[in-house]
Design a protein around this ligand. Sequence first.
Ligand code: SF4
Ligand code: FES
Length: 257
Amino acid sequence: MKLTLHVWRQKNPGDAGRMVQYEHKSVNPHMSFLEMLDVLNEELIAKGEEPIAFDHDCREGICGMCGFMINGVAHGPERGTTACQLHMRHFDDGQTITIEPWRAKAFPIIKDLVTNRSAFDRIVQAGGFVSVNTGGTPDGNAIPVPKTAADLSMDAAACIGCGACVAVCKNASAMLFVAAKVSHLNLLPQGKAEKDRRVLGMVEQMDAEGFGNCTVTGSCEAVCPKEISLSFIAKMNRDYAVATLKGKWSRRAGSDG
Ligand code: SF4
Ligand code: FES
């Protein structure tokens, strides 16, 4: 296969950046999208040019490191598929493909297609965990978990933190990511003790990082490689409202007392 690629090249965060055209003549349809870029990079290095920087790690669709816009779609044209699991057979010989990094204020570009997504880490640090006292390993069945809660929690836990939901959203909202991370713990008995603190802390951090508001257009769900459901956003909004009201009541009870 032969492809014409238009790739965003940006030397560093301060560089203005520009689209650069490459004629890629050595594409095998069985390559993954990242392997296609690897081969192009080998050719660039052989010519003494700077290779295209892009994030990757597992290349199995589970780590959340890869991701960029492919012809304007986060992770490309295949639904429920990360860029590393996307294969070139889904493109046509002779096709022109545009490749750009995630674009969001909270995900500044570091170089070429690499963005800084540490805002997601700070949101998780603000409550996306269950506090435990270390000690002996508890018995696996010590805390019964209803099957429906376990299934729903697993659906939310499938989020790999790639950031595609933010990149595709016209408001650069992180609500789908935060909703998944809040819900997978809030749904389980082990996570319920810190439910209110978790949702308040994580939403507050999300706002502080500069992500936009959710207007429920559903573009996030459409491109999410793990097909996280919008219904988790509704669930998080409910948890947030309950936690806020409980906080107001307890402050009022404190002032009355
Ligand atoms: S919700 Fe989906 S698109 Fe957003 S970070 Fe998680 S896996 Fe990626
Ligand atoms: S490289 Fe890990 S999800 Fe793509």
